[in-house]
Ligand binder design. Structure first.
Ligand code: ASP
Length: 307
């Protein structure tokens, strides 16, 4: 019997406060999420793999200028873009990732090439870009990633010498990610980001780190995180969800809740995650104001939500 298929995506936990999200902007966010969800779900409907579905969905979000990944990514302290991305296949436990790349249009696609065509898991900066060129992937001019909105945000942050807002929260982020379960019960996860506005040159967050921002294992689930990366690295968040299911026998919902609400929140680690288990069940959870997100399962319809 064919298994349930499921896909969840996120566009980051750093949402705008409800008062600042105009109707027009809200519609643009929702349309971006819906398009990415459809693109990924289409892959699953045609019996594509979970890995291909998450890559496709994340690629669509990277191409959308509103989200902090690919085009529209945030600026680092030097006024440049340094992009991070990763992907993991829960069937084989193979993974690929890139960090601090600045000339790659779709870092998630390069992460997949690292997974499938290199002997490594994580390639960084110019080395990753050199590998991309060898694989026939074209470089993009860094100006491609520019958006006025992110630049204005960066100028404000740099002026105030901070990555934080007045209330102490990190400036709104919009990392993107996807998790999927395909017809064969295989799960996969992918995450892509520009990081945090005004981050130090060379800073790498959780998104490209397997176990922290991304993890997938057919035995349990696939996870993609968003939030204040330093916390997600220290709490090894994505792998922790897997461990709670594998070693403590928790359900997907219980494991995700325990990590995001009982561990991260008291520690001050704002953010959230999306997860899919090997039965096609989904969990989308966050401990802040909201998380741009969308999801669909075999039985359900398209769902999009922000707060
Ligand atoms: N986790 C990302 C990072 O710290 C940021 C985000 O999720 O928005 O790089």
């Amino acid at each position: 019997m064919a298994m349930s298929i499921a896909l969840a995506i996120h566009g980051g936990a750093g949402v705008l406060p409800p008062a600042e999200l105009t109707t027009d902007l809200k519609q643009q966010y929702e349309a971006g999420l819906r398009d990415a969800l459809r693109a990924g779900f289409e892959v699953l409907l045609h019996d594509g793999s979970a890995v291909s579905a998450v890559e496709r969905a994340v690629q669509a979000l990277e191409d959308h200028p509103l989200f902090n990944a690919g085009r529209g990514a945030v600026f680092n302290h030097m006024g440049q873009h340094e992009l991070d991305a990763s992907i993991m296949d829960g069937r084989t436990l193979r993974a690929g990732a890139v960090c601090a790349v600045s000339r790659i249009k779709n870092p998630v696609c390069l992460a997949r090439l690292v997974m499938e065509r290199s002997e490594h898991v994580l390639l960084c900066g110019e080395g990753a870009e050199q590998f991309a060129a060898e694989q026939g992937m074209e470089w993009t001019d860094p100006s491609y990633f520019f958006t006025q909105r992110r630049y204005d945000q960066f100028c404000r942050a740099r002026q105030q010498q901070t990555m934080k807002l007045d209330d102490g929260k990190v400036i709104p982020m919009g990392t993107v990610g996807a998790v999927a379960c395909d017809r064969n019960g295989n799960v996969a996860a992918a995450t892509s980001t520009g990081g945090i506005t005004n981050k130090r040159y060379g800073r790498v967050g959780d998104s490209p780190l397997i176990g922290a921002g991304t993890y997938a294992n057919n035995a349990t689930c696939a996870v993609s995180c968003t939030g204040h990366g330093e916390f997600f690295i220290r709490y090894v968040v994505a792998y922790d969800v897997h461990c709670l299911m594998a070693y403590r026998g928790l359900s997907l919902q219980e494991a995700a809740r325990l990590v995001v609400m009982d561990k991260l929140l008291p520690a001050g680690g704002e953010g959230g995650l999306i997860a899919a288990d090997n039965q096609g069940r989904l969990s989308l959870i966050f401990n802040g104001t909201g998380m741009y997100r969308a999801w669909r399962t075999s039985e359900g319809t398209e769902e999009v939500a922000i707060y």
